[in-house]
Design a protein around this ligand. Sequence first.
Ligand code: MG
Length: 325
Amino acid sequence: MTARDVGLPDRHPAAGLPERVTIWEVGARDGLQNEPAVVPVEVKAEFLDRLAGAGLGVVEATSFAHPQWVPQLADATELLEQLTPREGVRYPVLVPNERGLDRALAAGVTDIAIFASATDSFARRNLNRDLHAQFAMFSPVVRRAAAQGLRVRGYVSMCFGDPWEGAVAVDQVVGVGRRLLDLGCDQLSLGDTIGVATPGHVVALLDGFLRAGVGTDVLAVHFHDTYGQALSNTLAALRAGVSCVDASAGGLGGCPYAESATGNLATEDLVWMLDGLGIEHGVDLDALVRTSLWMADQLGRPSPSRVVTAVGGSSRTTNPPEQRS
Ligand code: MG
């Protein structure tokens, strides 16, 4: 018997779930943006290429935020120049304002994302304007991008709770999301920025969007595992009809607004669950785990992903999985 590089779960499909899920990989942007270390541009370029090589079809590459605010991603233009395009792979970039859009267009991007807030407190802290003024800032960005044929994703942050305001009403989140769609966004990513969502809350928010005429076909979910709920919340969203899920390779990126080391849902943990459910996703888990182990070496610390931890060790040993205790 040949030892497998990586274990895989047995498949037990369950009813009421999508046949295929699009994984929106955010490790290179959301992950590295929130890491204390600044990674060299060559390493980022290899990271992006390894992620695409592992089968991820949407790999968010970087951010055109002002380097003063996000020094970790100050090399966005240089990174895109070093990127080797792959057939069928999209590399969205975050664009905070019109200046960022100018830089993104000059770099030849085809997909952008804007980063909005569901709450007034976070809009003031992160965007330096109030809840309503954010739309005036985003409006020309979305309009110009759409006019150029770009796809535009709208992140909605703090959808399930805000560290300054506490609970966030479903209707408020739906109102912000509706306005972003009205501006011209073609997809919303509903973010649990501080990781406080639980499955019933997820269902309530998705129901709220449905009542407002927004179907799950234009919704993605972005969960953080701060309180260990990310996969439960993901399963609830899949059952409600969502088929695009954000995740970060190796669980890269804590959350600067939550006092915790755990942030983004790890892509490997998501892939493991999808594999067990027999849901197609196109990702080679072995290649992805090797990529995250490589990146952990670059960052000098282990990946917080449960799956990387569980199977990563076995890829470095000659023992087949069944001989491990
Ligand atoms: Mg995140």
